[in-house]
Design a protein around this ligand. Structure first.
Ligand code: NI
Length: 389
């Protein structure tokens, strides 16, 4: 079990990789250059079991320990960038206008490569490590983690546990945050079309005004949170889009409402899906209108399993000391598609301090290279903890 000093020898090289990836961001599943870069590096470490082309540009590589037979654990890094115009003013800023690594996935990829180099050289563990390089974390369904699971990586590579990590702006470099149970929220989206009867704005009694009905529904939805949900549970319903008529003097025939739902449990996802429809229908019918309803389940909540969370805490503590590992970090209602891997296998997701930088998805964001040896060291310690010789 090693402190962070044991991994500093990798910092310069991994920083070069990270900045190369930052300069060359690619989006969603179209990560041809990134995947080639990762595959070349893995090959240069003497790793010969590399499978490419999973979920288009995803990669799984296996490193076998020298400590004999044992299980296989998965370590996952996401590789995709975002459609954002970069404003970080770094000399390694994006060379591709409108593409940017604004969520640290360049760092995630570089850190897992750094860990791969260390693990392939040392192999001080039993069993095997599956390095999972994932495309398309940032896209709507089906996202990269889901597709890699659907393409059978957990069974095919015999993965018994799976671990993820994400950079966290605002958390000091060298610190880790994790919690037991849910750590990130689910994400579902919905569309409601209210079908009334349009007409002249001066004669509302001749029609059925869907704008007034929409107003009632929007307010009604908030009572699902405030009056129908256990106050100790978390549910967010945000109406984010509203489409009606284009003129002062027309009552539209229909109004479209769209929004998003965030929770920490699948039970509340079921509740929201059922009750948003029931509420919208009930209100619309009271006014003589009807609704069309679509509910799209995007990402489940990211759920940290008890035993694996303890293993993650142990690995991080051995790297940086107990005082630098917060075991009850605040839950985020943002969504993370690693949740699909945690539905398929037990595991844990940890946050790594990026220091006082701009937030993720902000044009000024940049991954903090000082965090690299901490991420590499966490992966290495985790492997040597979970698969201890
Ligand atoms: Ni991200």
């Amino acid at each position: 079990m090693n402190s962070v000093e044991s991994f500093r020898y990798l910092q310069r090289e991994v920083t070069e990789w990270r900045r190369y990836l930052h300069e060359n961001p690619e989006l969603d599943y179209r990560l041809q250059n990134t995947a080639r870069f990762v595959t070349d590096k893995l090959g240069s470490f003497g790793i010969n079991h590399i499978e490419t082309g999973i979920a288009e540009t995803g990669i799984v590589a296996l490193i076998h320990g020298k400590g004999g037979m044992g299980s296989t654990i998965g370590l996952r890094a996401d590789m995709d960038a975002l459609p954002i115009i970069e404003a970080s003013n770094k000399s390694w800023s994006s060379r591709i206008p409108g593409h940017m690594h604004a969520c640290g996935h360049d760092g995630h990829t570089a850190m897992l490569l750094g860990a791969a180099k260390y693990l392939a050289a040392t192999r001080n563990f039993r069993g095997s490590v599956a390095l999972i390089f994932q495309p398309a974390e940032e896209v709507e369904l089906p996202s990269g983690a889901l597709r890699m699971v659907q393409e059978g990586i957990m069974d095919r590579f015999n993965i018994s546990r799976v671990f993820g990590m994400h950079i966290q702006p605002g958390l000091e470099v060298g610190k880790f945050g994790i919690c037991h149970g849910p750590i990130m929220g689910s994400q579902d989206d919905f569309d409601i079309v209210i079908k009334g009867k349009g007409g002249h704005a001066a004669e509302p009694h001749q029609g059925i005004d869907p704008v007034v009905i929409a107003a009632q529904i929007i307010l009604g939805l908030q009572t699902l949170v405030s009056r129908r949900t256990d106050p100790l549970e978390s549910l967010v319903i945000s109406v984010t889009k509203l489409n009606a008529a284009q003129a002062y003097n027309i009552i539209p025939g229909q109004v479209e409402i769209s929004g998003t739902v965030r929770t920490l449990s699948s039970g509340l996802q079921d509740f929201a899906e059922r009750e948003i429809l029931a509420g919208a229908q009930g209100i619309a019918r009271a006014f003589g209108a009807d609704v069309d309803f679509k509910y799209l389940r995007s990402v489940p909540a990211t759920f940290n399993h008890p035993e694996e969370t303890n293993l993650a805490v142990t690995a991080a503590r051995n790297l940086v000391g107990s005082a630098s590992v917060n075991e009850s970090v605040r839950i985020s209602m943002g969504a993370e598609d690693f949740a699909y891997m945690l539905e398929a296998r037990s595991g844990a997701y940890i946050l790594l301090g990026n220091g006082p930088t701009a937030n993720c998805h902000n044009p000024a964001f940049d991954f903090n290279d000082d965090a690299l040896p901490y991420g590499i060291g966490y992966w290495a310690n985790l492997v040597e903890t979970v698969l201890a010789v």
